[in-house]
Design a protein around this ligand. Structure first.
Ligand SMILES: [Zn+2]
Length: 304
């Protein structure tokens, strides 16, 4: 099962007020494969989506659509009878002879119906990518004017209403002759799913984001530490060479005890930072004090 399909099933199951149920049906039908006198239809390879579309036809106009399934498992739901199509269009306030159908706001009776309408549209032509892969939710619409009408609905979510607690600003592009309305940041994908009643899908996006961020933080810290070890080893190279020289020349005993101890620790632990070296001394030494003593060791080696 895909993430998108699970999200749609969740939307289908969400309960509507009667006014919103009508608006959801309108969105579902308007953004289906075709919606006009020439044809009212949807094609899908998911039975639940086909059934929900058929329900939308029944709810809107009390008509019984034809549902068929191809050998390849593709469902077609449509109204084969022209009179039925005209009846359905009239239920949504159209004459039935429009050349290009625009959004009829009279079908969104109340503010609450807007989200239901958007849910219907998403069921018809939307998809959302598994958040493990990327954050992307889109609706693909053939009519350019309808795309514009749909995007205008999001003016209500432009962030100017602080009561709302979220904002949704859709992006728009074109792909293979289709108009694509999309959101590609995790917060918008979360908010869209939550707006249209897919709370579980929205939570999944949020949890995935938190897990990813946690993983990134751990990786960033590991990288930082690895880089530091690399830097320390490089920085300790002249010290190690000096200590090796002192040992070779039998000069260790000539070093004062605290310097000898420091030289021994440094030779064993080339990756330690100055601060860490200082902590291993007894009594502990500051970073500056360690640095000062290491320089003394190097000078001592040079004098041999
Ligand atoms: Zn409503």
């Amino acid at each position: 099962m895909s993430f998108s399909y699970d999200a749609k099933k969740e939307m289908i199951g969400s309960v509507n007020k009667p006014c919103c149920a009508f608006a959801q049906s309108y969105g579902f039908l308007l953004f289906g494969r075709s919606f006009g006198y020439g044809g009212v239809s949807l094609m899908t390879d998911k039975k639940e989506i086909a059934d929900a579309y058929a329900d939308a036809v029944r709810l809107a106009a009390g008509l019984e659509p034809s549902v068929s399934c191809s050998d390849a498992g593709r469902y077609t739901v449509c109204l084969p009878d022209a009179n039925d199509r005209r009846t359905l269009l009239r239920a949504f306030g159209y004459e039935g002879n429009e050349l290009s159908v625009r959004l009829n706001h009279a079908n969104l009776r109340d503010d609450c119906c807007r989200a239901a309408f958007i849910r219907g549209a998403f069921l018809a032509c939307g998809s959302v990518t598994d958040p493990q892969k990327e954050y992307h939710l889109e609706l693909s619409v053939s009519s350019m004017r309808l795309t514009g009408d749909f995007i205008k609905l999001f003016d209500a979510y432009d962030g100017s209403d602080p009561e709302l607690g979220f904002s949704l600003i859709p992006n728009r592009s074109q792909r293979s002759g289709m108009n694509v309305i999309y959101f590609n940041d995790s917060t918008s994908v979360e908010d869209f799913l939550s707006l249209v009643g897919a709370q579980n899908a929205s939570m999944t996006v949020m949890n995935t984001k938190m897990l990813k961020e946690h993983r990134n933080n751990v990786n960033r810290r590991l990288n930082f530490e690895t880089a530091n070890i690399g830097r320390s080893s490089f920085a300790s190279e002249p010290q190690i060479k000096a200590i090796e020289k002192i040992r070779r020349k039998g000069g260790m005993d000539a070093l004062p005890p605290d310097l000898r101890r420091l030289a021994e620790i440094r030779a064993d632990e080339p990756a330690l930072s100055l601060r860490e070296l200082g902590e291993m001394m007894d009594p502990p030494l500051s970073r500056t004090a360690v640095n000062y003593r290491l320089k003394k060791i190097i000078r001592f080696a040079e004098s041999l």
